[in-house]
Design a protein around this ligand. Sequence first.
Ligand code: FUB
Length: 322
Amino acid sequence: MKEPKYLVEDLYTADPAAHVFNGKLYIYPSHDIVTGMPENDNGDHFAMRDYHVYSMEEIDGKVTDHGVILDVDDVPWSGRQMWAPAAASKDGKYYFYFPLKDKNDIFRIGAAVSDKPEGPFIAEKNPIMGSYSIDPGMFEDEDGEHYMYFGGIWGGQLQRYRDNKAIELGAEPADEDPALCAKVVRMSDDMLEFAEEPKDVVIVDEDGNPLKSGDHDRRFFEAAKMHKYKGKYYFSYSTGNTHLLCYAIGDNPYGPFKYMGEILSPVVGWTTHHSICEFKGKWYLFYHDCKPSGGKTWLRSVKFVELEYNEDGTIKPMDGMA
Ligand code: FUB
C-alpha cells in the first residue's frame, strides 16, 4: 500500500486514532460537520458533536462504519466541541477517551466504557480528574501499563496551564524559553483515572537542549502520539502553525525524546493529525487532509498509507500532498 487511500467518502472524518483489537483494525476519528461557526485561532469552527468508529479486517478491505458510538448529549458534563479521540483495551473492556469543553468552556478529557471495541460507549459522569487540554493519545507498553499523552496549544488551551495548574495569564512562553510540552501520564488500573501527576514530554535537540518555544518548525503543538518500534519509544506530534508531523525518539515512555525529523510535510488544510499503527506485520500512518472538501479546513477526510523505516530506525518522510 504505497499510495494513500481515503477511509470513507460519505462522512468527513479527522484525527484518526488507529488501534488493533482482536486482530481487527479499528479507527476512531473525529467527525467533522458543517456548523457555520467562525474560523479563528481558537478553533471554534471545529464544532463536532459525535463520534463514529470504523473497522477493517484487512488494510485494503471493506470498511465497516459501526455508527455513532458517543454523542455530545450523552455526556453529563458536556459543553461543546468533541475533538480528537483515542481508545484502549484492558481485561476485555474497551475505553474511549475524548476531549470536550465543559459547561465553562474549558477543555477536559472524558472517558467512556464499552464491552466491545465498536461501542456504543457509556460516558463517565465526570471528566477524568486532573485532566485538561485536548488530544489524548493512548499507548500500551509491553508490560501492560497504559499511558495517555495529551495537550494542544492555542485553541487546545495548554498554554493556560503550568505544572498541571491553571494560570492567570495563559500565553505561550517567550521564543527563547523552553517550549510548552505535551503531557504523559500512566493510567489507573481501572483505566478511568490518572495514576500519577502528568509529566512533561520533553523533546531535546541534537545537543540535548529542550526545544525552544520559538522553534515553530520542531516544537510540539498538538496530536501527541506514542508507538514503539524495535524497543525504542517514538513520540510523534503536529507542529500546528507550521503544519508538520514530526517525531522524536526516547528510551522509555516518559522521555526525554530526541528530535529526529519530519514524518509528513503539510497537507491541504490547516491542521495535521495522525496515528501510527502496526497491523499484520506492516506499519501505517493514518492522517487527514481537506482535499475532498476542496480545502475547507474544518471538513477533513481520513486517509492512510504504509509507513517505512530506514535500517537505522529513522522514519522515511512522506509528502502530505500525495
Ligand atoms: O479536530 C479538532 C482539532 O484539530 C484536534 O483536536 C486537533 O489535533 C486538530 O486536528
